[in-house]
Structures are given as structure tokens and as C-alpha cells.
Design a protein around this ligand. Structure first.
Ligand code: PLP
Length: 389
């Protein structure tokens, strides 16, 4: 067995995104004990920083040990008990996953389905809540499988009117588009570190409001999931009466998340959001010169996840392979019914820069040219240049 040295890639797929050397170096700082006072101080600062990034001053915020899916698991396993009803809005892979998880908790799941590539329509969701009532309404803010953005504000409002708790998947949205837990009055939100926050995968920033805490306190049965039992996790992260050992925190991963948040606040959250939007507009202008169209209608497009249609006659997997081989640049393919039909180009976190836009247009243009498509890389770069952020 030998040491592993990964190839140097440029990550422009659906995640993970590039991690800055600043964040990587922070993760490599010496490991200390998870009960060391210095680490406890870092935990406290990380909680406050997460409140700031979720815009959730009154929510309890912690990073869960595990990928974005662990945030989903925690939200669903804690808010739902056998026999409860959950309305789940589904417009892609991750809504489907939420519904599956809710069923595994023994809940009655009402699936409200939308075409992939479209946002969730609050009126259809409200009709389901009228018809059935529910303890939980779950949906995805930024559907990474399709590139579609859903406005959480009306959905959280509808949930409240019907006495349901809202669960908002912010895995791809946090740090890339506006996430406003307080403004939406959302109950539970979770994210991942490896997308627009620009840290390595492995943690799920999590925010829980007071109504959700109350619901968890009033459960009739214990949560079936021990690791993600939020009452236990919150005690570990500094509950009343001191910390109770629960698990050993992924210490170095938390250094990385902390540094990513420091760097995000140095830039300014609003500036980061503007940067994501500008680089998306520049990429879109360049792609248009190649005749490449978006999968999602303009008002609902995610700037950080560009889902674009593969032009007729082009071998989509061969294009991705060529970009990887010639430019060390990774973009993503489609999932489920969109497999083979779209590319998913991420402009997330440290991968949302003018350099990434230029490189992607160049590499994609070269790969299209290699398949006999006449495109002008110079024209694409010229179209993008004035819009870069
Ligand atoms: C919207 C959304 N939710 C949940 C997840 C799951 O996150 P992870 O792969 O980190 O478990 C992803 C991952 O891409 C996602 O995009």
C-alpha cells in the first residue's frame, strides 16, 4: 500500500466544489481533544457563524457529522414518528429521497409531484395540506438534480397556516443564493459543506427553530436514529447544564468549515451571492454562443448549478470524459430521467470565479469541436467577459 495523491482537478460538477488552500490548510492543523476548552470555544463560534449564514438568529445551529444526507436524515427522523403524515414536494432526486426517508420512519407520505426542471408550486402543495393535514412539509430549495430553484417563503407560510413544520433542504443553496430562515419563518434547514460553502464534504450545517424543538420534546416515542437524535446532539453541542458526551466531533472537518465561514464573511454573504449570479450570467452568455440551452426557465435557474441540454448528436459522456482528460475539469451528467440529456455545470463556492467560467467555456468548446461541432471559443469568451463577477 502507498500514499494516495489525488490528481489535480477543477471541480465544476454538482459538488464537491473546489476547496481553497486556505480551507484545506486549516483542516490540516493539529487535532486537539473534542473536550479541549479551545475546541469548545471553536464550537461556540461555529454555532454563531451558522446562525449568521442561515440568517437564523433564533434557531439552534450546529454542523452534524456526516454529508448533506445526514441533515436530511436528522430532520426527518426527529420530526416524524410512525403514523404521522408528511407532505413531500418532489421535483427531482432529493425530494424523492426525502419521501423515501419519511416512509422509512413509518410516516404516511403524501407525495406532491412536479415535472423535473420546474419549481414546486405552493398552490398544489396547499391543496395537499387542505386535503390531508400534515405534521411536516418537506421540500428542496435548490434541486441539484435539475438546476431548479423553489421559493421557500410561500411554502413555509402555507406550512404554518396548516400547522405543519417546514423542512427546507438548503444543501446546494446555502452561500450561493439567499437563505433566510428567519424571513421565511422556516422550522428546520440543513445544508452540506461541499457546495457553495467551499469546505470538503463531511458535515451538514443544521438549523432548528423553536417550534421544531417543541415538537421533538413532545414526541411520543424516542427517535429511531440514535446518532442523529437532535436532543442528544444539542446536549453535546452545549445544552443547558453543560456538555454531554455523545460522539467524537470530526475536529479537523470543523476547522475547515470554520475557515470557510471566516472567508465567506470576509467577502460578505451578499457579495458572494452577487458573485455566484454574475459568473452564472457570464457562463450562460458563453454557452449561448455554442447553441446550448438551459433545462430550466430563466426565473427559476440556479446560478450555482447550470443544468443545460446536451445538443442533438453530441455524445454527452464523451464530452465530459474529454474535458476531464484534456483539462482536468469535472462537470456532471444528468440523474434519473435526465441521464444522458443534460450536463450539470457547477459554479459553487471557490469554483465560482471568472477563471472557472473561462476554463469551462474553453474546455467544453474544445470537446464539442472534437466531436465535429463548429464552435468559436473566442466568441464564447468574448460573450462572457463583460459579465464576469
Ligand atoms: C439538494 C441536495 N440535497 C441533499 C444532498 C445530499 O448531500 P450529500 O451527497 O452530501 O449527502 C445533495 C447532494 O448533492 C443535494 O444536492
Amino acid at each position: 500500500m502507498q500514499s494516495f495523491y489525488p490528481p489535480q482537478r477543477v471541480l465544476m460538477g454538482p459538488g464537491p466544489s473546489d476547496v481553497s488552500s486556505r480551507v484545506l490548510m486549516a483542516s490540516a492543523r493539529p487535532t486537539i481533544g473534542h473536550l479541549d476548552p479551545a475546541f469548545i470555544a471553536l464550537m461556540e463560534e461555529t454555532k454563531t457563524a451558522l446562525q449568521r449564514v442561515f440568517k437564523a438568529p433564533d434557531h439552534a445551529c450546529i454542523p452534524l457529522p456526516g454529508p448533506g444526507t445526514s441533515g436530511m436524515e436528522a430532520a426527518i427522523a426527529n420530526l416524524l414518528e410512525p403514523g404521522d403524515t408528511a407532505v413531500v414536494a418532489i421535483n427531482g432526486v432529493f425530494g424523492t429521497r426525502m419521501a423515501d426517508m419519511a416512509e422509512r420512519q413509518g410516516a404516511e407520505v403524501v407525495r406532491v409531484e412536479f415535472p423535473w426542471g420546474e419549481p414546486v408550486d405552493p398552490q398544489k402543495v396547499e391543496a395537499a395540506l387542505w386535503a390531508r393535514g400534515a405534521k411536516v412539509l418537506a421540500f428542496v430549495h435548490a434541486e441539484t438534480s435539475t438546476g431548479a430553484m423553489t421559493d421557500p417563503a410561500p411554502l413555509c407560510a402555507v406550512a404554518r397556516e396548516h400547522g405543519a413544520l417546514s423542512i427546507v433542504d438548503c444543501v446546494t443553496s446555502l452561500g450561493g443564493i439567499d437563505v433566510d430562515a428567519a424571513g421565511w419563518d422556516a422550522d428546520v434547514l440543513y445544508s452540506g459543506t461541499q457546495k457553495c460553502l467551499g469546505a470538503p464534504p463531511g458535515l451538514a450545517p443544521f438549523a432548528m427553530g423553536k417550534r421544531a424543538m417543541e415538537a421533538i420534546k413532545n414526541r411520543k416515542t424516542k427517535s429511531r436514529n440514535w446518532l442523529y437524535d437532535l436532543s442528544l446532539l444539542m446536549s453535546y453541542w452545549g445544552g443547558e447544564g453543560g456538555r454531554a458526551y455523545h460522539h467524537t466531533a470530526p475536529i479537523n472537518a470543523i476547522y475547515g468549515l470554520h475557515e470557510a465561514l471566516v472567508s465567506l464573511f470576509e467577502e460578505g454573504l451578499d457579495n458572494a451571492i452577487v458573485r455566484h449570479r454574475k459568473n452564472h450570467e457570464a457562463l450562460a452568455a458563453g454557452l449561448a454562443t455554442y447553441g446550448i440551452e438551459y433545462q430550466v426557465a430563466k426565473p427559476y435557474r440556479l446560478p450555482q448549478l447550470n443544468a443545460v441540454k446536451v445538443p442533438e448528436g453530441i455524445d454527452e459522456a464523451a464530452v465530459r470524459q474529454r474535458m476531464l482528460d484534456q483539462f482536468d475539469l469535472e462537470i456532471g451528467g444528468g440523474l434519473g430521467p435526465l441521464k444522458g440529456q443534460i450536463w450539470r455545470i457547477g459554479l459553487m463556492g471557490a469554483s465560482s470565479t471568472p477563471r472557472h467560467v473561462r476554463l469551462c467555456l474553453t474546455a467544453l468548446g474544445e470537446a464539442l469541436d472534437h466531436q465535429g461541432r463548429k464552435v468559436s471559443i473566442v466568441d464564447a469568451l468574448d460573450a462572457a467577459e463583460p459579465l464576469l463577477g
